[in-house]
Design a protein around this ligand. Structure first.
Ligand SMILES: Cc1cc2nc3c(=O)[nH]c(=O)nc-3n(C[C@H](O)[C@H](O)[C@H](O)COP(=O)(O)O)c2cc1C
Length: 383
């Protein structure tokens, strides 16, 4: 299969500049997540690549998410019989094969024709948690049909028209999604310079499928596939009670970076927090997620589960996040790199590589299972 030409056709945007000489079905050996990144950069149309890669403003926070992991050093233990290792864990009581999940990211069909359906199948095969984005280019119904036995959460935004959010909540609850992930760091969309320069738009053959039929009449300014100013910037803590009144599903808040907000999250009765800065796409200059994790874990004192996303690219990043108290990590951009490579197979490749690396890091640090990973493994270096 010629992946390159498929991606071009499907994205319907400008032809990407070729840096690679080998065309078509490149016999590549992709052995780490940055290999998938390089492949995606070479093969996706420029505007699509830049949309996925973008950070806000100067991209300091996007880049610091990765650098912050490199500042942390590990203190491995030896002679602990690691002949058998087990990466299984649970999130909110459900068993998953490994503490690695798929963060919600928009527009998977820009990277592969059946986008989120491929993502869902890969997550189902590997028994990992997939958080489907509101801004999916397949509908929640299509996602469930593609992978009926998958373990899924749904990421939600709060709209000025509350009925929109309400209907989505009822839809995903009926479809068997197991939790709602309320994203709280987007009262407004961050300023992503490349998207402005590229005048980035969803190509006409793609839609934000969860809103099919909702904005048909609209002809004003568009913001990433939906009319501008649809998100409600007045959202506040009391809206957690409003959301609670709509559903019996667990509520997880995504986008918390401080112990003060973590305390408030516990007080407002949510079941989990995802420590996240939206991959550095919102407030540039805010702290790297791994640097925020410890104070949040300390603040919640085990009352709710804490997860993290942002800059996780290797198995030792996963180990560091778990050592600092995360129950599970989520990855964003690497999933679309996997899609750009080979759809479902590419996403499986990304997840399998990260799982294998995590297992190896566990063993090399003397941990036989996730319960043995703790803060004693961490040393903050002065680099
Ligand atoms: C292209 C792209 C689209 C995203 N779309 C969403 C979204 O629809 N909803 C959401 O809550 N977060 C969204 N995010 C943020 C991710 O959920 C996650 O926080 C971030 O990507 C994690 O960082 P990483 O990409 O370094 O792994 C998006 C991120 C990217 C890169």
């Amino acid at each position: 299969m010629n992946i390159q030409s498929r991606t071009e056709r499907m994205a319907g945007q400008e032809t990407p500049e070729r840096k690679r000489s080998g065309q078509g079905d490149a016999e590549m050996s992709l052995i780490c997540l940055s290999d998938f990144e390089a492949y995606a950069k070479d093969h996706l149309p420029k505007a699509t690549w830049e949309y996925y890669a973008a950070g806000a403003d100067d991209c300091c926070t996007r880049d610091d998410n990765l650098l912050a992991f490199k500042r942390i050093r590990l203190r491995p233990r030896m002679l602990r019989d690691v002949s058998v290792t087990d990466t299984k864990t649970t999130v909110l009581g459900t068993e998953i094969s490994c503490p690695i999940g798929i963060a919600p990211t928009a527009f998977h069909c820009l990277a592969w024709p059946d986008g989120e359906m491929s993502t869902a199948r890969a997550a189902e095969t590997l028994n990992l948690c997939y958080v489907a984005s509101t801004y999916s280019t397949c509908s929640v119904e299509e996602i469930v049909t593609a992978a009926p036995d998958g373990f899924r959460w749904f990421q939600l935004y709060v709209y000025r028209d509350r009925k929109l959010s309400e209907q989505l909540v009822h839809r995903v609850e009926a479809l068997g999604f197991k939790a709602l992930v309320l994203t709280v760091d987007v009262p407004y969309t961050g300023k992503r310079r490349s998207d402005i320069r590229n005048n980035f738009r969803l190509p006409p053959h793609l839609k934000v499928k969860n809103f099919e039929g909702v904005f048909e009449e609209h002809c004003g300014p568009d913001n990433y596939g939906v009319p501008a100013n649809t998100l409600d910037p007045s959202i506040s803590w009391k809206d957690i009670y409003w959301l609670r009144s709509l559903t019996r599903l667990p509520i997880i808040i995504k986008g918390i970076l401080t112990k003060e907000d973590a305390e408030l999250a516990v007080e407002h009765g949510v079941q989990g927090i995802i420590v996240s800065n939206h991959g550095g796409r919102q407030l540039d200059g805010e702290l790297a997620t791994i640097d925020a994790l410890s104070e949040i874990v300390d603040a919640v004192q085990g009352r709710i589960e804490v997860y993290i996303d942002g800059g996780i690219r290797t198995g030792s990043d996963v180990l560091k996040a778990l050592a600092l108290g995360a129950k599970c990590v989520f990855i964003g951009r690497p999933i679309v790199w996997g899609l750009a490579y080979k759809g479902e197979e590419g996403v499986r490749g990304v997840l399998q590589i990260l799982t294998d690396e995590f297992r190896l890091s566990m063993a090399l640090s003397g941990c036989r299972n996730v319960a043995e990973i703790n803060r004693n493994l961490i040393q903050f270096s002065k680099l």
